[in-house]
Structures are given as C-alpha cells and as structure tokens.
Write a protein that binds this ligand. Structure first.
Ligand SMILES: [Fe+2]
Ligand SMILES: [Fe+2]
Length: 251
C-alpha cells in the first residue's frame, strides 16, 4: 500500500504548486492513496474552502487532514460531515470526525489526525490516549497518523509510544521539513515534520517583512500570504514494504 502525503498546503501559492504538480507526482510515484494536510489552504492561510476540497477530490485525494486552523473558514461546517475532511481527534466536542477509514481494493487504511499540546492548545484531550482508543476500536489493515504538533519532543515521543501499533506517523504544523525520516525499532514509519507546500521565502508561509517586524517591534500588520518562489514538500510511504522517502519540489 503506497501513500503519498503532501504537507500543509498554504494559501493560493500552495494550492497552485499542488495542482501544477500532482499529476506528475502520481505518474512518478504511483501511490494507491493520496492524503493531504489542507489546514492552511484558504487564501488567508486558515482553513479550507469547499471549492478547493472539490479540486482535491477531483485530483484523486482520498483524505484531507487538518490541524489548529481547521475551523478557519465557516463554510467548512456546511460540508465537513459529508466529506473526507479529518480534524484532530483530540478536540473535545468540535464538529467533524477525527479519523476516516479508506478502502483500497480489498484493504483498509485508517487515517487519524491529532493535535499536539506542547506549546499549543493545552485544552485538548491527550493525543496519545485518543489515538490509542481509536486504533483499539477500529480495525484496519494499515493505520496512518498525521500528528500536527509544534514540539519535536512531543512528536518523537508519540512516535515511540505508537511504534509497532500503527503503520506510519507523519508530523505537520511547523512548515519546516525535518531530515529524520526512518523506520522506528518496532516497524512504524516516522518523520517529525513533512514541511509545507506554499511560499518558500516567507516565514512559514507569511510575508517575511510582517513577521520580521513582529519580532523587532512586538507588533505588525495582520498576516498576509508571502508571494515568492514556491515549494512542495511531501513523503511517499510504502506501508507494506516499510519505506519512507521525502519529496521536495520548487517552482
Ligand atoms: Fe500549517
Ligand atoms: Fe498548524
């Protein structure tokens, strides 16, 4: 079972580089299932619109994971129940679902999204226990986790906690790719962060001057998506043969 996972699609630049390259990525890597993190894909970098959700489906995406910006677009509430959008499982009582069961031929892939708590929103259930509950309740041939978290320590710790219990854990949220893709000791594929899909020369997607000024003076204009060269960051995983490789493109 080959899975192509695309890291956080950010704003119009992220949507464009994704749409420009997804066909060639499919041809080159022949994934059985495509999963994208789309928490930043709307124009302001927050949430997802129904229009882009439909474009993802048309391109053959099977599941759309989210993160702390899940509810950035109100319109999500009008279509999420009827969609493959997966919000973090450890939100206490938020609309939507925290996992999805995808079928490919006669096999099943359980896709779970979870949010970290360290340096993030502490008012969440434990991602460790909530993921464990689902994998004990929902039977599937393979399990894929998008762990949307800030702290590398929390991500590596979850990797070891779930090692041997899930097929793969990929990190998202920091927008910076890490070079630690590996097979953990008990066989789980792991990477701390896949990196983002969007502007290359902003600060994690935002116009660089706005963010630099915020660090210099403590305030700045509201965030705007950077207009620069673009990047696409992804991983291709073979869940059966246990391989994980990074993909990086620039336009
Ligand atoms: Fe993000
Ligand atoms: Fe995020």
């Amino acid at each position: 079972m080959k899975v192509l996972f695309i890291g956080d699609i950010y704003g119009e630049p992220g949507r464009k580089i994704f749409l420009d390259h997804i066909d060639e990525l499919k041809a080159a890597h022949k994934p059985n299932i495509i999963i994208v993190n789309s928490e930043n894909s709307a124009n302001n970098g927050r949430g997802i619109t129904q229009k882009f959700y439909k474009e993802l489906m048309q391109k053959g995406v099977s599941a759309v994971t989210m993160g702390n910006h899940t509810y950035g677009q109100n319109e999500l509430l009008t279509f999420m129940d009827d969609s493959h959008v997966i919000r973090p499982i450890n939100y206490k009582a938020a609309p939507g679902k925290g996992y999805d069961l995808i079928k490919f031929n006669s096999q099943t892939l359980l896709v779970i999204n979870a949010l970290g708590r360290t340096f993030m929103n502490a008012n969440m259930e434990s991602p460790f226990f909530e993921i464990e509950k689902v994998i004990n309740e929902v039977k599937a041939d393979y399990v894929f986790v998008d762990f949307h978290a800030e702290a590398t320590s929390e991500k590596v710790a979850l990797g070891h906690y779930l090692d041997g219990k899930v097929s793969a854990i990929v990190g998202t949220h920091t927008h910076i790719p890490t070079a630690d893709e590996r097979v953990l000791p008990k066989g789980t594929l792991y990477i701390t962060d896949v990196g983002m899909t969007g502007p290359l020369d902003g600060v994690i997607g935002v116009d660089k001057d706005i963010v630099v000024n915020r660090f210099l003076y403590g305030y700045s204009l509201p965030n705007q998506v950077a207009i620069t060269k673009n990047q696409l960051n992804a991983v291709i995983l073979d869940l059966k043969n246990k391989t994980i490789k990074r993909i990086h493109l620039e336009d």
